[in-house]
Design a protein around this ligand. Structure first.
Ligand SMILES: Nc1ncnc2c1ncn2[C@@H]1O[C@H](COP(=O)(O)OP(=O)(O)OP(=O)(O)O)[C@@H](O)[C@H]1O
Ligand SMILES: [Mg+2]
Length: 232
């Protein structure tokens, strides 16, 4: 479980300072699908980056399974992040001339895993996501939807506890977008926590919990989907 307590994020100083998060206290429940929903500039990516330990708050505290992340050294924080989190972004960030296999195996180089094991694990996750026939293609030979599925495979290959996706359907047509959303739900059903950043109410309906954010102020609620599940 990840808990943010009274988190502020202020970019810059003095007159030009931007107060991107204002006294945010939210919880990311283990094994649940959480959507961060808000308009452009509301602070979604800032919030996601703090939840995923890509960035630190200006004020306030972040606990991960009871551990205070704001007290960790930069090295310890990086180690926590590399082990625990997987990220997916709107623009994929694949290495265009590398094979699908090498792109997916890349996080395991940082983790110090041998080449043989890297390839085995990458193949396994690619099979799970139905991408086995693309293993030896170059990333730049794929469609947008395929690229995003490969980047999701890459986010999963080191077996993180939490997968964070910032507008993952932003560059996709509606059918590929729906497939990516279904895949995120499937990842949640595998027992992982999923955090989705979106400005799209329809996408947020896939979530269990919704964090609404407006001008840096965040509030949490259960989704209609979660409420229906509870009523059943
Ligand atoms: N590195 C930065 N330096 C200064 N200001 C920043 C920085 N990153 C974000 N901001 C500002 O903080 C506010 C929140 O930005 P953020 O990127 O979190 O919004 P967002 O909801 O993700 O928007 P979008 O939907 O457009 O991606 C905005 O006013 C933005 O201009
Ligand atoms: Mg953003």
């Amino acid at each position: 479980m990840i808990e943010l307590k009274n988190v502020d994020k202020i970019y810059g100083k003095g007159d030009g300072a931007v107060h991107a998060l204002k006294d945010v206290s939210v919880t990311i429940e283990d094994g649940k699908f959480t959507a961060i929903l808000g308009k452009s500039g509301s602070g979604k990516s800032t919030l996601m980056n703090i939840i995923g330990a890509l960035d630190s708050p200006t004020n306030g505290t972040v606990f991960a399974n009871g551990k205070n992340l704001t007290e960790l050294s930069p090295n310890a924080l990086a180690e926590y992040r590399n082990k625990t989190t997987g990220f997916v972004f709107q623009s994929f960030y694949l290495e265009p001339t590398f094979s699908v296999l090498d792109n997916v195996a890349m996080p395991l180089i940082i983790a110090g895993v041998s080449r043989k094991e890297r390839e085995e694990r990458a193949v396994k996750v690619l099979k799970k996501l139905g991408l086995e026939d693309k293993i030896h293609k170059k990333a730049n030979e794929l469609s947008g939807g395929q690229k995003q599925r490969v980047s999701i495979a890459r986010a999963l290959v080191h077996n993180p506890e939490i997968v964070l996706a910032d507008e993952p359907t932003g560059n996709l047509d509606s059918q590929n977008g729906a497939e990516v959303m279904a895949l995120l739900r499937q990842i949640c059903n595998m027992g992982k926590s999923v955090v989705l950043v979106t400005h799209n109410m329809e996408d947020a309906k896939n979530a269990d919990n919704i964090i609404d954010i407006k001008d840096g102020v965040a509030t949490m609620r259960k989704s209609a989907r979660a409420a229906e599940g509870a009523a059943r």
